[in-house]
Design a protein around this ligand. Structure first.
Ligand code: 5GP
Ligand code: MN
Length: 324
């Protein structure tokens, strides 16, 4: 497996060297892993004197605005001069949103990811489900590119790794995760500044939404399932945005008896975005896949095109089945 990944990385590096117009695509509702790995790889490719653009397909949550070169994230005019399209941290083409049409036109696609549900849609698929974050794969990739990782790149990679491993707490955290993190510290990142930006800058609006959401917490199935629904009305009441739901689902998973935590986000009257988390036994990626989504065993998501009450019933039904 290791050798196979190494070979795929070498093939991908040769492909990067061959081309000049390179697009790295972010995904919808981008998270720290997606944003951090995308910026780090874009900076590395820029050092090779290539034209590299980042395709921004959705808003950047305020938590990540502090990252160096975040303005490289730009909505791109559609054009057909894409030589190489690189997707990071996305298990399928749908998750690339408006980026999908660039992918379909590109001469080649490199797909770098760590989701077990990855659909291998690239010409080269560097998919490593044993990696805790895409940031860890990108760290190794940039090393293999023989590009020096500078402080800005290290800041972005550390953000990717820290956010996707739940600050080095989740079961996807490995020996290698810590080795890479320590290398990034050696480069001289300002860990205090990173942590303040990522974890100690919650706005009042986000705090109000957190309280309102928790007020509506439902405990189901002998307190093994926790569910929170965030509606558009709640956002309005708190003057908050949907991105301000970050952290709610993992908070409710922390309740001792809970095995599955579920957050429903009412995007519109007929669209509900679902976040699922589990603690020990249940593989929530399998539940998400049933609704056309994906993710990891202990963190996954999907979208239901239903009203929030129907979506809730459908989900609870599937979650209950997973306990049998
Ligand atoms: P979150 O609940 O934080 O949005 O996502 C948890 C995990 O599930 C992330 O790794 C994310 O990439 C994945 N995920 C969330 N929603 C979807 C979806 O609609 N499709 C796929 N393929 N993966 C998703
Ligand atoms: Mn990830």
């Amino acid at each position: 497996m290791e050798n196979q990944l190494k070979k795929l990385m070498n093939d991908a590096i040769q492909m990067i060297n061959k081309y000049n117009n390179i697009y790295i695509c972010s995904h919808v509702q981008p998270d720290g892993d997606n944003i951090g790995s995308t910026l780090a790889l874009a900076m590395a490719i820029k050092k090779l004197k290539k034209n590299v653009s980042i395709i921004k397909v959705d808003d950047i949550p305020s938590d990540y605005i502090f990252l160096p070169h975040i303005d490289m994230f730009e909505e791109q005019e559609y054009n057909d001069s894409v030589d190489l399209f690189i997707s990071l941290d996305s298990s399928d083409l749908i998750r690339l949103g408006a980026g999908k049409k660039f992918a379909l036109k590109a001469k080649n696609i490199i797909n770098i990811d760590h989701h077990i549900t990855n659909e291998n849609f690239g010409d080269i698929n560097i998919v490593s489900p044993s990696s805790g974050s895409t940031g860890e794969i990108v760290y190794r990739f940039i090393k293999d590119m023989k590009v020096d990782i500078d402080k800005d790149m290290a800041t972005c990679l550390y953000t990717a790794i820290s956010t996707d491993t739940g600050r080095f707490m989740y079961s996807n955290t490995t020996y290698e995760t810590h080795l890479i993190a320590s290398e990034l510290l050696k480069i001289g990142i300002d860990i205090n500044n990173i942590n303040i930006n990522l974890y100690q800058s919650r706005t009042i609006e986000r705090t109000r939404l957190f309280l309102e959401a928790l007020n509506n917490l439902e405990l189901i199935s002998e307190n093994r399932i926790a569910l929170v629904a965030v509606t558009q009305d709640m956002l309005q009441n708190c003057n908050a945005k949907m991105e301000d739901t970050e952290g709610i689902v993992s908070f409710i998973r922390n309740i001792d008896s809970i095995e599955v935590a579920c957050m429903l986000k009412e995007m519109s009257k007929e669209e509900v975005k679902v976040s699922l988390r589990s603690k020990k036994h249940v593989d929530v990626s399998k539940i998400s896949i049933k609704f056309g989504g994906g993710g990891h065993a202990k963190a996954a998501g999907c979208t239901l095109y239903e009203n929030i009450e129907t979506a809730k019933d459908m989900l609870l039904n599937e979650i209950s089945l997973s306990f049998r």
